[in-house]
Design a protein around this ligand. Structure first.
Ligand SMILES: *Cc1c(COP(=O)(O)O)cnc(C)c1O
Length: 223
């Protein structure tokens, strides 16, 4: 049995000011989320729409739900009424659909653009060039119901900490470039979402503002 409150505390004391924790609760039952909630955690990360739908109704209404998984455009409508942030936007089509669905609820939804920097071929996300092209096109400026707040990435899953550090540093460089080029006047473009259980200490050193941590807090997931 995991001591979730104790695990949470252990993580929180390692986070400097300016780095916020997304407690990744996917595949964990609501009772476990509630333990984290009772210990003060408010930001929870989920990656499956149906599972999140169910948990939303069972958790207190002041939880901030961050959707961190790959999102299909046809599922955006289910999240639009309540989601606080969508971390892994990886196409213009998805960005436009979030805008359209958010408009229906008279909301502005915060999103991050997902970068593909890792070596694994299976990961989603924009290549640096495609991300730059999207931003340079300016089409996103016309979307009134979506706010691009920064970048998200997953480093390669490896024990090679130098490689992880290199990938995260690349993401941070791209953030700095995009901030200067496209968001110099937008205070809301400030978030860097990288770092998971095995690599978040490196993420803290390479500019992360959100770390997404599941296993270290809730234990191993049972799929
Ligand atoms: C599951 C997941 C995490 C958390 O992973 P842990 O190794 O359990 O900390 C972080 N980010 C994303 C995108 C995930 O899908």
């Amino acid at each position: 049995m995991e001591n979730i409150a104790a695990n949470l505390k252990k993580v929180l004391v390692t986070l400097p000011d300016g780095v916020r924790l997304v407690a990744v609760s996917k595949f964990h039952p609501v009772e476990e989320l509630r333990e984290a909630y009772d210990a003060g955690q408010r930001i929870f990360g989920e990656s499956h729409v149906q599972e999140l739908q169910r948990k939303v109704t069972e958790m207190p209404s002041d939880v901030q739900w961050h959707f961190i998984g790959h999102l299909q455009t046809n599922k955006v409508k289910y999240l639009a009424p309540y989601v606080t942030m969508i971390h892994a936007v990886d196409s213009l089509k998805l960005l436009q659909e979030i805008d359209r669905q958010a408009a229906k609820h008279d909301r502005v939804i915060d999103v991050l653009l997902e970068l593909h920097i890792a070596e694994e071929a299976t990961k989603y996300g924009f290549s640096p060039d495609n991300c730059r092209e999207l931003l340079a096109s300016g089409v996103w400026r016309e979307l009134q119901h979506v706010r691009i707040c920064g970048l998200m990435m997953m480093a390669t899953y490896t024990d090679d900490t130098a490689q992880i550090r290199r990938e995260m540093a690349t993401a941070q460089q791209l953030f700095d470039e995009f901030k200067t080029e496209f968001f110099a006047d937008e205070d809301s473009f400030k978030e860097r979402s990288w770092g998971m259980s095995h690599d978040y200490p490196i993420a803290i050193e390479t500019g992360a503002t959100f770390v997404r941590i599941g296993t270290t807090i809730f234990g191993e997931r049972v799929y």
